[in-house]
Design a protein around this ligand. Structure first.
Ligand code: ADP
Ligand code: MG
Length: 308
């Protein structure tokens, strides 16, 4: 039995509530396949979901001419609850189909970030609605938000993407896990909080879910982190004629490919960086990057990319 943290990518959940309800049924099958042979902790992304919640809140607040109502951290908490419910529900159904008895529990997870993280000086992650330049300037002045032009489509609010320092519910996660539960934690990278004068406070930021999954894996003492995404393997020269799918990367190789710019910002690059942070955290730690439906084959060493 290996102790494994799984990070579920966007394709495990889909983009809309209806898509998600369907997608999690398939996802739950892969998860329970893995859970039959291993001890699992599950983490997941929330990009489309938190975007949807944030947009809905924006519209509600615009209708009231008040943007000051629903902080982004709260939107993240809502997304954890809603995705956690769908995952729990689908996993419970799959377990009962197989006559397996296991607790399934999702934990609303706060993740400590450093208030001096360099990311706060350069907000980079676009969230919420598109605005004209004039509208964005008005909102920026009134609420102190930062806006950036987003790929010719208009102006969007941007928030920082700091690194996770600690997961505040780690004790609950470990205790439930040790009691045999299938724990879902750190969803959407976790709700970012900073500590100020001894008090924890949610901040408007997005933590990359791949980094939080790596942190979670270290904190619970997992031996393997599996990042399940839309591709079976990691490639070098991705999308080019000389594309090459990689089965195994040493730390040195991964570092070299990173330096060569082989992995796209915002998609594969954070996964490789997160993988390295976990592999470097403890001797013997390994990372597998593969797709959801190849997870079992990947574990057998038949496909996927191993790092470490
Ligand atoms: P997730 O929701 O799982 O985090 P992302 O879209 O963020 O998914 O990242 C996975 C995507 O990264 C793949 O679908 C692929 O298009 C892209 N990608 C970028 N560079 C590479 C690479 N070098 N090898 C494989 N995939 C890559
Ligand atoms: Mg991603």
């Amino acid at each position: 039995m290996s102790k494994i943290v799984i990070a579920l990518g966007g394709n495990a959940l889909g983009n809309t509530p209806t898509e998600q309800k369907k997608a999690v049924e398939v996802t739950a099958k892969s998860i329970v396949d893995l859970a039959e042979e291993n001890e699992l902790i599950i983490s997941h992304g929330n990009g489309p979901q938190v975007g949807m919640i944030n947009l809905a809140m924006d519209m509600y607040l615009q209708a009231r001419d008040d943007m000051d109502g629903m902080p982004f951290a709260e939107c993240g908490a809502m997304s954890q609850g809603y995705i956690g419910y769908h995952l729990q529900n689908a996993i419970e159904n799959e377990l009962s189909k197989r006559n397996l008895d296991k607790m399934v529990i999702s934990i609303i997870s706060e993740v400590l970030v450093d208030k001096d993280d360099k990311a706060f000086e350069n907000p980079s992650k676009p969230i919420g609605s598109f605005y004209s330049l004039e509208e964005s300037q008005q909102i920026a002045q009134k609420y102190g938000f930062t806006f950036k032009e987003d790929a010719g489509r208009g102006y969007r609010r941007v928030v920082p993407s700091p690194r996770p320092v600690d997961i505040l519910q780690k004790r609950a996660i470990k205790d439930l896990y040790n009691a045999g539960a299938l724990v879902i934690a750190g969803g959407g990278g976790g709700i970012p909080v900073v500590k100020e004068e001894g008090k924890l406070r949610g901040v408007d930021a997005v933590i990359d879910k791949d980094f939080t999954a790596a942190k979670l894996a270290s904190l619970v003492g997992a031996d393997l982190l599996i990042i399940l995404t839309a591709v079976d393997k990691v490639a070098i020269h991705f999308g080019q004629e000389n594309e090459e799918w990689i089965s195994k990367m040493s730390v040195a190789e991964a570092e070299k490919y990173l330096a060569d710019g082989e992995f796209k910002e915002g998609s594969m690059k954070p996964k490789i960086e997160a993988a390295l942070s976990f592999v470097n955290a403890k001797d013997g730690n390994k990372v597998l990057i593969t797709s959801l439906d190849k997870a079992i084959d990947g574990l057998k060493g038949l496909t996927g990319t191993y790092i470490g």
